[in-house]
Write a protein that binds this ligand. Structure first.
Ligand code: KG4
Ligand code: ZN
Length: 370
């Protein structure tokens, strides 16, 4: 069973090819450089870039993977949530491919694909608790199995990755700033008195990072030396990552470490709270899956390990290439649906951020023979 995955929900144009649950090829073209000029993703530019790159990238991908369209059983595509214009480019491409080649079309929830992605690297042990932390979303899910997702909590405003990126932007760090902040945080001392944990003083499982972002904004305004310290650093990530001496930017590294700690601590408290609530409901949890771009954060990876150990859970952390947006996770989620006999008709709709993704799959045997 050979499934092609197409990802165009934000600023990555990507393909993945999964054969019987195993990744056989992938290609990612990032638009980060285009958007870096504006300090964030510009939706209109993103869709135009997807449109420009998708065709040539596909031809090149097939050639490198040494397959032809006729070898495919299905094409899976991220149908949302995401930037509508960007999603439409991928969805239209996938529909044309499915129609032209006479293969099945499968629309994939991008968020579920992130959570299931580590299944490409190891067998996932269900029931699982899933924490999805990306540039657009911060969701806690309970997964009885790979097809049943119960949303337990989500962000009410900014996503965790968005908070990282916005704080980085305020400091003058390059876009996307999450990994720069992470690197600086690693070199700094956490000061627990600088900021308060956001939205913990309640008993729910939702998040709110906008207050913390405002606190950072005020702190950065009141301490202009922080931006001066950023200006003295290399703007290339590789150079920053290789740097050993941060003595001249101590205040900056302290701010990054303290902010990073605030976000990670808040995520972990809510996850522990979710585990407690599930226990009260008599629900079993075997593993803890952390996914999405922010799952690459070193402090989060460290704390997730401690949390899993304390709660006797198997920790599932995807490798870095599976954390950020990729086509492999879309192909894999598509493979899981196809294996269970679920596909979509050609009237599949793309869903912008904020819309609920419908469970509108149809049984494979009920679709017209193509
Ligand atoms: O999952 P993803 O590639 O895209 C979305 O679906 O949103 O996540 C991208 C996000 C960005 O906000 C980026 O800054 C963040 O993940 N990110 C990180 C790190 N690496 C990527 N945030 C914190 N620490 C990192 N090491
Ligand atoms: Zn994503």
């Amino acid at each position: 069973m050979l499934v092609l995955g197409i990802e165009t929900s934000c600023d990555e144009t990507a393909f993945g090819l999964v054969e019987n649950g195993r990744l056989v090829a992938e290609a990612v073209a990032s638009q980060a450089d285009v958007h870096a000029l504006f300090g964030g993703v510009v939706p209109e530019l993103a869709s135009r870039e997807h449109y420009r790159i998708l065709g040539p990238l596909f031809d090149n991908f097939l050639q490198r993977a040494n397959i032809s369209v006729a070898d495919l059983d299905a094409v899976a595509v991220a149908r949302g949530p995401g930037l509508l214009g960007s999603l439409l480019v991928g969805v239209a491409f996938a529909k044309a491919l499915a129609f032209g080649a006479g293969i099945s079309l499968i629309g994939i929830d991008h968020l579920r694909a992130h959570i299931l992605a580590p299944g490409l690297e190891r067998e996932l042990n269900f029931p699982a608790l899933g924490l999805l932390v990306s540039g657009g979303h911060t969701h806690i899910y309970y997964l009885e199995n790979p097809h049943s997702f119960e949303l337990l909590g989500k962000t009410l405003d900014d996503a965790a990755g968005e908070a990282f990126d916005k704080v980085a932007k305020m400091l003058g760090l390059p876009y996307p700033g999450g990994r720069f902040l992470d690197r600086l945080a690693k070199a700094g001392q956490i000061n627990r008195h600088l900021f308060t944990y956001p939205y913990l003083d309640n008993n729910n499982l939702d998040f709110s990072f906008s207050g913390l972002k405002t606190a950072l904004s005020s702190y950065i305004l009141a301490n202009p030396c922080l931006k001066e310290q950023v200006a003295a650093l290399p703007s290339s990530f590789d150079e920053l990552a290789a740097r050993q001496d941060f003595a001249s930017v101590l205040q900056l590294t302290e701010l990054c470490a303290s902010f990073n700690h605030c976000v990670v601590h808040t995520l972990c408290v809510k996850v522990e709270r979710a585990l407690q609530q599930l226990r009260t409901r008599g629900k079993k949890v075997n593993s803890f899956i952390v996914a999405g771009g922010v799952a690459a954060n070193s402090m989060l990876r460290e704390q997730a390990e401690k949390l899993a150990e304390k709660n006797a859970l198997e920790l599932v952390l995807p490798s870095f290439s599976l954390c950020t947006d990729n086509g492999a996770m879309i192909a894999y989620a598509g493979y899981l649906m196809l294996k269970n006999g679920y596909v979509h008709n050609l009237d599949l709709e793309a869903m912008a951020r904020g819309r609920v993704i419908p469970e509108d799959f149809v049984r494979l045997q009920d679709t017209p023979a193509r």
